[in-house]
Ligand binder design. Structure first.
Ligand SMILES: Cc1cc2nc3c(=O)[nH]c(=O)nc-3n(C[C@H](O)[C@H](O)[C@H](O)COP(=O)(O)OP(=O)(O)OC[C@H]3O[C@@H](n4cnc5c(N)ncnc54)[C@H](O)[C@@H]3O)c2cc1C
Length: 366
């Protein structure tokens, strides 16, 4: 571990979209320790493209050490926390002056970057060798995956089974209706208000019965369902009363955990009333970076510091539809086609995110 004489100790739990940006931004201001079970940061919105084009992931899976030149990286889960220390599964005890909690959503992905790259190759092989594919879940992940497959492999028969009454229920009905029409124009079959019993999923017969009794024939399937929040580890800690009914951490407008002066929470794990998106998580990180700089310069209590306030994002979203098109819900407008696709769907903001992390936009890191 690095020597940290004279520097405040900042511990960041969770090296995803929000936590990695804080770590990268404050590595020369404080002694940073990043705790994450994975050795890499994943640009999550590139993962569906990586399933149809595995080499895309070379730029979107970034080893923590590539952007975090200074500071310590503990590759383990945090399992407990007190007012002054974080405890990890592998037995580390890390003291902090400031703490940022950014554990987002739980995802069962490999901890080693190379293995995650392999996983994309395996998914790609499954797609390539299938004639028919079932996607369970019609949220943004299911829709983007269906669109990626429909555009790159127009001969595959793709079926989305979604239990809600419309696709993309996190945006307005106009965006959902336009998306449904777009998918159907690409021969994707969408079965709304139907579900698949996950306990009966098996690849053996390649026939799946929906809750309505419809049969979906599919050589392979992908589950694109919501992921649980990664806040279970906080349930028996000093934060147990700071979690809302959904397990989100309650934060104030400076993004500090309610009632704490030196502990912040950012990203999907917070109870901020807005759509949970990477874009918002990056904004949280930027606010906390500014506030931590002010606090570190002003001393720990910082009673007179002028700190930045976070305002929840206006509901906006862009869902990519293959390589050139997208559907965008903007404050007064819903658009679908090449214009929103031009903004997002080519590079999926990967180059931009890499630059934000201080890396070259186009050079893979191994
Ligand atoms: C497939 C997919 C597509 C998406 N597309 C978009 C998009 O197009 N646009 C958009 O804005 N958003 C998109 N999102 C949402 C976006 O990815 C999230 O809003 C964003 O990742 C939230 O950032 P975060 O830092 O809060 O959490 P995450 O990025 O989920 O990071 C959490 C980190 O915490 C770590 N962690 C978990 N538990 C522990 C623990 N106990 N101890 C230590 N570390 C822990 C994890 O390993 C992970 O690195 C997408 C998400 C997915 C899954």
């Amino acid at each position: 571990m690095e020597n940290h004489f004279g520097k405040k100790r900042l511990v960041i739990v969770g090296g995803g979209v929000a936590g990695s940006l804080v770590a990268k931004s404050l590595q020369f201001t404080a002694h940073v320790t990043l705790v994450d079970p994975k050795e890499y940061f994943e640009i999550t919105w590139a993962s569906l493209r990586s399933m149809v084009e595995p080499s895309f992931a070379e730029r979107s899976l970034i080893n923590h050490r590539d952007y975090l030149i200074r500071g310590d990286i503990i590759t383990s889960n945090a399992v407990n926390v007190t007012e002054t220390e974080v405890f990890t599964e592998d037995g580390n005890k890390i003291a902090f002056d400031y703490l940022v909690i950014a554990t987002g959503h739980s995802d069962q992905v490999p901890k080693i970057r190379r293995e995650r790259l392999e996983q994309f190759k395996e998914d790609n092989e499954r797609i390539k060798s299938a004639r028919s594919i079932m996607i369970v879940g019609g949220g943004p992940t299911g829709v983007e995956l269906a669109a990626e497959i429909a555009v790159d492999f127009p001969d595959k028969k793709v079926t989305i089974v979604h239990k809600g009454p419309r696709l993309l229920d996190f945006v307005g009905t106009k965006a959902a209706d336009k998306t449904l029409k777009w998918l159907e124009s690409k021969n994707v079959v969408v079965k709304l208000e139907q579900s698949i019993d996950l306990n009966e999923l098996t690849n053996e017969y390649k026939r799946y019965r929906t809750s309505n009794g419809d049969i979906v024939e599919a050589d392979c399937y992908f589950l694109c369902l919501g992921k649980p929040l990664a806040s279970a580890w906080l349930e028996d800690t000093i934060f147990k009363h700071d979690l809302d009914d959904e397990g989100r951490i309650k934060v104030d407008e400076k993004l500090r955990v309610i009632g704490r002066r030196n502990i912040f929470a950012i990203g999907d794990i917070t109870d901020i009333p807005e759509i949970k998106q990477g874009f918002a998580a990056q904004q949280h990180a930027e606010v906390v970076v500014k506030n931590l700089k002010v606090m570190i310069d002003g001393g720990r209590d910082c009673s007179n510091c002028r700190m930045e306030t976070y305002k929840p994002q206006i509901p906006m979203a862009i869902v990519s539809l293959g390589r050139k098109e997208a559907v965008a819900q903007l404050p007064l407008l819903t658009v679908i086609g090449r214009a929103p696709g031009f903004v997002k769907s080519g590079d999926l903001f990967v180059g931009r995110t890499r630059k934000q992390m201080g890396l070259k936009s186009d050079i893979p890191h191994n």
